[in-house]
Design a protein around this ligand. Structure first.
Ligand SMILES: C[S@@+](CC[C@H](N)C(=O)[O-])C[C@H]1O[C@@H](n2cnc3c(N)ncnc32)[C@H](O)[C@@H]1O
Length: 204
């Protein structure tokens, strides 16, 4: 169940139907820097969209599952996997992030730019950790501070996590988590602008 602040699966289907690529084809820079050196294993990309990150892992030999509630995004992901000869390593799971049951036990769970209210994000994080007894959970989000001080991203404060919210969640769960604000350059017609992201890394 999504709150009214969240965009519905129908909203996302419409958005994905309107453009060939809504997001870049390249993986996120923090994902590449932090995770590509991990030993190859099984990963779940929660809210993976068109699959830019999952496909990059499959390209490295990982078995990947894209958990998405947009059927249109998953069709694009499947087509891209096929075109790249990666279908054997790629699976799709049409589910809500908060309650999805993964097809396998991953050693890595990624959540990139899932823009939902924090109570829903907490459920998503809890659901992921309950299915990954050992491994790495990595999240990258538009930071709350981005709304006033950074470029782009959602303009609704409710779907922008703060450092404090993530720290509080990790403390309540007894997790050793690294939570950092990160700066990302965005090229625009008016020049290079700076977006403020938030990364979360839990290894256990
Ligand atoms: C900003 S996009 C990010 C896509 C991808 N992670 C990336 O970085 O390219 C957010 C994605 O979250 C998905 N999404 C939003 N709410 C969701 C939910 N409750 N369950 C599953 N997917 C959700 C949307 O369909 C969309 O693909």
């Amino acid at each position: 169940m999504s709150s009214p602040i969240s965009q519905s699966a129908k909203d996302w289907d419409k958005r994905y139907s309107e453009a060939e690529s809504v997001w870049s084809l390249e993986p996120n820079q923090f994902v590449a820097a932090e995770l590509f050196e991990l030993p190859v294993g099984k990963m779940v990309d929660i809210a993976g969209g068109e699959g830019r990150n999952a496909l990059a892992f499959a390209n490295l030999g990982w078995k990947v599952e894209n958990v998405e509630f947009s059927a249109v995004a998953l069709e694009k992901f499947k087509a891209r996997a096929k075109a790249a000869g990666l279908s054997q390593l790629c699976s799709s799971n049409l589910s809500d992030a908060q309650s999805a049951k993964f097809a396998f036990q991953p050693s890595l769970v990624l959540i990139a730019y899932l823009q939902i209210p924090f109570a829903e994000l907490e459920k998503t994080l809890d659901n992921a950790l309950s299915q990954m007894p050992h491994g790495t959970l990595f999240g990258v989000f538009h930071a709350r501070r981005n709304l006033r001080e950074g470029f782009g991203g959602p303009q609704s404060i409710e779907v922008l996590p703060s450092v404090e919210q993530l720290c509080d969640w990790a403390e309540r769960k007894g997790l050793d988590a690294l939570i950092e604000e990160r700066f990302r350059e965005v090229k625009t017609p008016a020049g290079v602008r700076q977006a403020i992201d938030l990364t979360l890394k839990v290894s256990r």
